[in-house]
Structures are given as structure tokens and as C-alpha cells.
Design a protein around this ligand. Structure first.
Ligand code: SAM
Length: 240
């Protein structure tokens, strides 16, 4: 037996534990720090409120042509496999970049509730949809903490680039839940903190793991991910 082991054996049990525990902590600490930073990455601060920008700025930004290659709206809508007659709520609809293709996917009998806290952007959305001959969009001016959906009416709630702007998400999701039919789906598209191209710094993003745990806290069941968007996660949940 080595000298070192003899020394350890000769110690009182309480003396043996302390150096061993200290060495273990010393060795494991960097790994623990790494793991907790990776797992516990959270939205650290809220981004500036979109609704405080001018309407012109929001239209320019939300309708910018390069979104087509980054956010693949046609592929996103196709992936959702919507049927004629279904009802969709596009929450944080903005100018309607997604509300318009979603409305076409559920036409002629279905409809889209375009929900936003900003009334001015919904005015633009409605005018543009009318000009494009899309007649199955109903706008809802909502509240920060409640999307004000009609009860038991919606097959799919859709969020794109919006969840990171909602201040208290878990209570918001709970307020949204009665609007969904049982078995109804929720789609969340939002930025990955390590995205190559994004409008906000990574501290303002909601990482995928946080998005999932918040939805689960609000009573939704995680179903799956689609991973064809380079800079964003695309998650599907269900109302059990
Ligand atoms: C970055 S824009 C995204 C617009 C649209 N979803 C798109 O992909 O083009 C975020 C939108 O969410 C809206 N918004 C912010 N907080 C909201 C809330 N608590 N409830 C509903 N809408 C909200 C803003 O007014 C803004 O129009």
C-alpha cells in the first residue's frame, strides 16, 4: 500500500472525506460550470418592443425579400399540412407575412385569426390581404398578456419571431390554451442563440430548451422539431 494511502487510512473518517471531496469538486467544477452554462442558457433580457418602431419600418423589415430564403414561408406552411376548413391563429401576426399563406392553405372554408397587440400593423395586414383577394383573415387586437382568442375555436396556433417579444410567456400560453381545440397544435419558430443571421443579439433570444420547458410548464406536450431552417428552431406542441 502506498504511503499516501496509509496516510489517508490513518485519518479519522471526517478528515478523509474533506480532501477527497475537495479534490472531486476541484476536478468536477469546470465540467459542471460548462454543463450549467450550456443547459441553463436563458433569454437574459427582452428585445426592444417591435410595436414602438414606426409602421413603415415594420413593413420594410417584416416584408423584406431575403426572408424568403431564410424563413422559407412556403415550406413552413406546407410542412404544417393544413386542411381546408381549419382555423389558425397567427399570434404576433405583424404585417401578415405568414397570415397570408396560412389563410390560402385553409381556404375556402377555414380562416386565420391574425392577432397582434399593435392595431396599426393589423390595419396594414387587412388592407394588403384585401388587395390580394384574401378574404378569410379576421384581425384581433390583443393584450400583452392574453391573445384574446375565441374559446375552443383554433386548430393551430402559429408564432414566428414573436415568442421572444412576449414578456411573461408561461401565463400568456396558459391564457391562450382555452382558444385551442383539444388535440390542437402550436407551432413556434424563433431564433437559435447561435444563429448566423438574426435581428437581435443572442442574449435576447429564447433558446429551444427554454421554449420547450415554458410550453410544458403551461400544460402543452412537445411533439417534434423540424430542422430545415438554418437560423431558427421550428417546434410543434399539442394541447393534450
Ligand atoms: C418581429 S414581429 C413578427 C411578425 C410576424 N410574425 C412575422 O413573422 O413577420 C413580432 C410581432 O409580435 C407582436 N407582439 C409583441 N408582443 C406581443 C404579444 N404579447 N401578443 C401579441 N403580439 C405581440 C408585435 O407587435 C409584432 O408585430
Amino acid at each position: 500500500m502506498s504511503w499516501a494511502w496509509n496516510r489517508v487510512s490513518a485519518m479519522k473518517p471526517s478528515m478523509k472525506c474533506k480532501p477527497l471531496a475537495a479534490n472531486f469538486v476541484k476536478a468536477a467544477l469546470p465540467i459542471l460550470v460548462c454543463l450549467t452554462t450550456a443547459c441553463a442558457h436563458h433569454q437574459e433580457r427582452m428585445p426592444p418592443r417591435t410595436q414602438d418602431r414606426t409602421l413603415d419600418y415594420r413593413i420594410q423589415s417584416q416584408e423584406r425579400p431575403e426572408r424568403a430564403s431564410l424563413q422559407k414561408p412556403d415550406e413552413v406552411v406546407q410542412t404544417l399540412a393544413l386542411k381546408n376548413g381549419e382555423v389558425v391563429a397567427d399570434i404576433g401576426a405583424g404585417t401578415g407575412y405568414f397570415s397570408r399563406p396560412l389563410a390560402k392553405a385553409v381556404a375556402p372554408d377555414g380562416k386565420v385569426y391574425a392577432v397582434d397587440v399593435a392595431a396599426d400593423v393589423l390595419g396594414y395586414l387587412k388592407e394588403r390581404a384585401d388587395k390580394e383577394g384574401i378574404s378569410n383573415i379576421v384581425t384581433i387586437v390583443s393584450r400583452e398578456e392574453d391573445p384574446l382568442l375565441p374559446k375552443n375555436a383554433v386548430d393551430l396556433v402559429f408564432f414566428c419571431d414573436t415568442t421572444h417579444h412576449i414578456v411573461n410567456r408561461v401565463p400568456f400560453y396558459r391564457a391562450m390554451a382555452p382558444g385551442l381545440k383539444q388535440g390542437g397544435r402550436v407551432a413556434i419558430i424563433d431564433y437559435k442563440p447561435d444563429a448566423q443571421h438574426h435581428p437581435h443579439p443572442s442574449e435576447e433570444h429564447v433558446p429551444r430548451s427554454q421554449a420547450i420547458s415554458e410550453m410544458e410548464d403551461a400544460g402543452f406536450k412537445y411533439v417534434k422539431d423540424f430542422d430545415f431552417l438554418r437560423d431558427q428552431y421550428f417546434l410543434i406542441f399539442e394541447k393534450p
